[in-house]
Design a protein around this ligand. Structure first.
Ligand code: AMP
Ligand code: SF4
Length: 461
């Protein structure tokens, strides 16, 4: 998610911003700009940023202000209607919004709104915010931000939202700070806001600060202003942002992602050393942890696996069948490196176990004499309701099998996971959400019939 205010080439900058966050979603993308008369213009499509946008499309998006989004579907089908940003024409002024995360009380809010006449254009949870903003009674004398505050107070879950009107951008983060959102300064004095700080280097901006949990930052010609929409806020950043999702050159809440992963690799060695000859990481997200493990163990860090640059992230492909094909296309073992070697294989996580199973087999076929698997995070045992594609317990191998059984299933000589304490100790400066590891969800969850499932019961989901 990306927003920019005060740039002569807002659409072009948004293109580069989205491009550098392509790893966050590959299903679709879009850009909305506001021109000098305040009219919003939107172009979006299914596919990668460079497939959806070319120079002629970018040149049609006029104005010095824009928001953009890359889509990674967790709620709502992967169809064009659900590609963001969503743009709305309204008598009180056009507006657009983009959302990163997932709302846990979406179904309840949607049925309430539909029963009072709202017509939804999409099956995405993100659209709900627009309806809630416009349902707030229009109290003419009160600043517009109050509609946004009242709307945000009704939604629960994980969200970073960008809302753009004809003359300003609002950047908001949920009260647990589950999803990242950072502010940057352009050389010309304009502002950017992005899900990941790696974007700032790409477009020549400097990091200013993170949007705080529960905060709405208003960006307009007066500069930045801050409001809070809730009183009880805490930091519970998604641990998977550090473990897997974000780019290594991004900083999340003051902690660089590569450094976090490297430290987690060192701690993994402390917790689970292996008698081996070389350390091999699964490219790309595990390489930093593999470096840390190698450094701590004194074993050589080797390039035992090569990844094709031209295949997207396996996981984001929608079906298991496509995922299976993806894994085969994506990785190859380097025979001359692994032959007759006892390999420590480092991966960032085990979800279904498919990747580890395949890679262990691949390494053995390439001649490795032993394969010791070390995972730089704890066993994933619970679903994520906050916008990361870990949908159900059924698909999580560690939800149903103890470590020794998982080891046997993936065919490794040994298998160890980093502990939850190790994950915390890897040096995040704030608390983490570890709900998919420990079942302790930072928000209430809503089950069928509007029943709230209490957090303490979540371990039994
Ligand atoms: P699996 O093959 O199902 O065990 O998936 C494990 C691989 O998926 C690991 O190598 C991770 O890098 C990657 N991964 C972990 N979590 C996610 C996620 N939420 N979305 C996409 N990929 C993931
Ligand atoms: Fe991240 Fe897991 Fe929490 Fe979801 S449940 S927000 S993936 S740590």
């Amino acid at each position: 998610m990306f927003g920019i205010f005060g740039s002569p080439d807002a659409a072009g900058m948004t293109y580069y911003g989205l491009h550098s966050m392509q790893h966050r979603g590959q299903e679709g993308c879009g850009i909305v700009t506001a021109d000098d008369s305040g009219r919003l213009c939107c172009i979006k499509g299914e596919g990668l940023v460079h497939e959806v946008f070319d120079e002629s499309r970018i040149s049609r998006l006029k104005g010095s202000m824009a928001i953009g989004h890359v889509r990674y579907a967790t709620t709502g089908a992967g169809v064009i209607e659900n590609v963001q940003p969503f743009m709305f024409r309204h008598g009180t002024g056009d507006f657009a919004l983009a959302h990163n995360g997932n709302l846990v009380n979406y179904a309840q809010l949607r049925s309430r709104l539909e029963s009072t006449g709202s017509l939804f254009q999409t099956s995405s949870d993100s659209e709900i915010l627009a309806h809630l903003i416009k349902k707030v009674p229009d109290r003419r004398k009160q600043p517009r931000i109050y509609s946004l505050i009242e709307a945000l107070q009704q939604i629960e879950g994980a969200f970073a939202f960008l809302v753009m009107t004809s003359n300003r951008i609002y950047a908001c983060r949920d009260s647990n700070g589950l999803r990242p959102l950072s502010l940057g300064l352009l050389q010309n004095g304009g502002y950017v806001v992005a899900s990941e700080t790696c974007v700032f280097d790409v477009i020549g901006a400097t990091f200013l600060r993170d949007v705080e949990p529960g905060e709405i930052v208003t960006i307009d010609r007066h500069g930045l202003r801050s409001n809070f929409f809730c009183e009880k806020c805490r930091h519970a950043m998604c641990a998977m942002e550090y473990v897997y999702f974000s780019r290594p050159d991004s900083d999340i809440e003051g902690r660089n992602v590569h450094s976090y992963r490297k430290e987690s690799g060192k701690l993994l060695f402390d917790e689970a050393p292996a008698d081996a000859d070389i350390v091999v990481g699964v490219p790309d997200s595990s390489l930093s942890a593999a470096m840390g493990y190698a450094e701590a163990s004194g074993l050589p860090y080797e390039m035992g696996l090569i990844k094709s640059k031209y295949v997207g992230r396996t996981f984001i492909a929608p079906s298991q069948e496509l995922r299976d094909k993806g894994v085969r296309m994506k990785l190859s073992a380097v025979k001359s490196v692994v032959k007759d070697k006892r390999v420590v294989l480092i991966d960032d996580s085990i979800v279904r176990g498919t990747t580890s199973m395949r890679i262990v087999r691949m390494l053995r076929e390439a001649g490795a004499s032993q394969v010791h698997v070390r995972i730089a995070s704890a066993p994933l045992r619970f679903p994520c309701f906050y916008g990361v594609d870990i949908k159900s317990r059924e698909e999580l191998i560690s939800a149903h099998h103890p470590v020794e059984e998982v080891r046997a299933m993936i065919g490794a000589d040994s298998l160890c996971f980093l502990s939850e304490d190790g994950m915390k100790a890897a040096g995040c400066l704030s608390d983490l959400c570890l709900a998919c590891f420990d079942g302790k969800y930072p928000t209430a969850l809503h089950g069928a019939n509007n029943k709230i499932i209490k957090r303490s019961l979540c371990a039994e989901l």
